[in-house]
Design a protein around this ligand. Sequence first.
Ligand SMILES: C[S@@+](CC[C@H](N)C(=O)[O-])C[C@H]1O[C@@H](n2cnc3c(N)ncnc32)[C@H](O)[C@@H]1O
Length: 228
Amino acid sequence: MTKTNSEKTAAKCGLNEAEVRNALRILRQMPESIRKFAICGGPATDGPWWTNPEPTECYYSTILAVLMKLGLTEKDILEVGCDSGYFVRALLFHGANAVGLDKNKDAVTNVKGLKLLHGQIEDPPEVLRKMQFDAVISKLVFTPDCEPIKLRALESINKLLRPGGYFISQDDPYSSIFTRKDFENTNFEVILHAFKWNFRDYYKDAVYYDEYEYISICRKPGECDRTV
Ligand SMILES: C[S@@+](CC[C@H](N)C(=O)[O-])C[C@H]1O[C@@H](n2cnc3c(N)ncnc32)[C@H](O)[C@@H]1O
């Protein structure tokens, strides 16, 4: 039987169709005030996910599904490049102790009820250096501009993770910069490093936005007391 695009994508992400659909269902159950930002991105964003109403529906759904699958939704999570914290807010809704970091000071200043820090991941602020996380996530952050700092960023993320913690990163397939070797050279175990290149079909066959992205899931070696 021919697989749908969403089934193929879910399989590439190490998820099954039901897991992605479940994440979507949960996203849709969130209060409107959280949902509209978790799903659609915030007003500070200006990419195609914001201008094209169709694929925005499921923005962040794959990251959420991966976090759910790994049993991390109620753990300590850092989002790098959190913008004004719309997904940090959604993570709090799921019971996470979520912290955001962004180098854009305007985005993180005066956001009520969220722990958002100003700084760059490759040289994290002192307050962040003292913290430890079970997962670090990033979405549409590590573009070619970050090429010069990518290894320092990975080293920093590795330090911020507890042993057994995960780094989950998503990007546009045409602009993602990480290679499998980058992860391995910075002491990560690569669980998944998948590219999807379906941009041609972007407007006509969008089941969910994450169809069109690159995802990597890496693990910091070591034991953790978490049950996955
Ligand atoms: C394209 S936006 C994506 C925002 C959000 N993750 C999303 O998907 O809607 C990229 C964000 O990453 C932030 N950023 C880029 N490089 C960064 C770095 N080295 N450290 C922290 N934040 C960074 C930018 O300021 C910006 O807010």
